[in-house]
Design a protein around this ligand. Structure first.
Ligand code: FNR
Ligand code: 8K6
Length: 347
């Protein structure tokens, strides 16, 4: 039985979802060279509109946010118009869609924005090179100034307003997976000694400024956030990070977000400094709507929701392999298994 997945869910007074299944944000690198979403992307998302809520692929808020080829943006009129094609197509099929707002921080590469600084909390780089463009080695970032941070906060808020102009039902701030917001929340990437680093409260300051600015612009009802308490991607683990999230989670709880969403690839992983799974740690420290994710099947997600481990489930790779994931799960039809080779085309 997978009935729990098909219970409607009210995120708040203004947004209700038809079912508990979210399409996870999935970078596809298929925008055009001006980072404008295409008609093919509109059709791709429209085919998945039966999800209770779609979270768009990560979408950059300004040019120096870019770390991968052909990731869409939300900072030009053409990009807003391209996204309008997508949101109209999803709405016509009865769906809802949030835009995931992204700045890759130290994982950005100047190749994509014509040169200039790569911005991060501290001048600590990541090893390695850009996926799919291995000739681009990561550079040492510039530690952001207070002026840089104020501008970034404004740019997140402007991108959120642009998302609403483009017809999105709301936004998810990408605060996960080792990108800019997440880089403030981990000791590996945040070595600052001013009021933005050095203690949990200071490390949470910039992320909370971004959240507050977006809420001020478009409302908490339309604002979600994704976070990665476990450093597992573009990041080295540090046991002190636990205290940062112990501080952050109650702060977020006070803000009445539409939802909080975990960023992880496999939620069966246990982290010693979180005393187990990331989702269980967040559930214990955050009382509002929680979205689980990470290698769940329909059955295991149904059971986790039944056990009250989280309220909603985000499904990633199976949604790439099965545009009709929701219908198949409902009817018990066999799913096509995901393979990385599927990333080369938008089906
Ligand atoms: C991702 N993931 C991801 N996460 C995110 O926050 N923004 C993004 O743009 C992307 N892009 C992305 C692309 C691809 C190809 C994959 C496979 C994953 C992570 C994704 O949202 C999800 O958390 C994981 O895929 C785990 O869920 P599944 O796939 O096990 O259901
Ligand atoms: C997170 C955004 C990534 C955008 C690039 C697209 C290519 C992603 C391929 C993902 C493969 C999934 C397995 C990765 C697990 C990493 C965690 C240790």
């Amino acid at each position: 039985m997978i009935d729990n997945l098909f219970q409607p869910y009210a995120l708040n007074d203004s947004l209700s979802l038809n079912n508990r299944i979210l399409m996870a944000p999935l970078t596809r690198c298929m925008a055009d060279d001006e980072l404008v979403p295409t008609q093919a992307m509109a059709e791709y998302y429209a085919r998945r509109a039966e999800a209770g809520l779609i979270i768009s692929e990560a979408t950059i808020i300004r040019p120096d946010a870019q770390g991968y080829p052909n990731t869409p943006g939300l900072f030009t009129q053409a990009q807003i118009a391209g996204w309008r094609l997508v949101t109209d197509a999803v709405h016509q099929n009865g769906g809802k869609i949030f835009a995931q707002l992204w700045h890759t921080g130290r994982v950005a590469h100047p190749h994509f924005f014509g040169g200039g600084d790569v911005l991060a909390p501290s001048a600590v780089g990541v090893e390695g090179s850009v996926p799919r463009m291995r000739e681009l080695t990561y550079v040492t970032p510039k530690a952001v100034t207070h002026e840089d941070m104020a501008q970034l906060v404004q740019d997140y808020a402007q991108a959120a307003a642009n998302a609403i102009d483009a017809g999105f039902d709301g936004v998810e701030i990408h605060g996960a997976n080792g990108y800019l917001v997440d880089e403030f929340l981990h000791y590996d990437s945040n070595r600052r000694e001013d009021e933005y680093g050095g203690s949990p409260e200071k490390m949470a300051r910039f992320p909370l400024e971004v959240v507050d600015a977006v809420i001020a612009r478009i409302g908490g009802d339309r604002t979600g956030l994704r976070i990665s308490p476990a450093a597992y991607f573009n990041m080295a683990t540090d046991g002190r990070d636990r205290a940062v999230f112990d501080y952050l989670l109650p702060q977020l709880e006070q803000r009445q977000l539409a939802f909080l969403h975990i960023g992880i690839f496999d939620d069966s992983m246990e982290f010693a400094y979180l005393d187990g799974r990331v989702s269980d740690y967040v559930r214990a420290n955050y009382g509002n709507t929680l979205v689980g994710v990470g290698s769940y099947t329909a059955q295991s997600a149904n059971d986790a929701i039944g056990a009250d481990r989280f309220d909603l489930i985000a499904i990633g790779r199976p949604f790439i392999a099965n545009p009709d994931y929701v219908a198949k799960v409902r009817s018990g039809a066999d799913l096509v298994e995901y393979a990385d080779s599927m990333l080369t085309s938008l089906v």
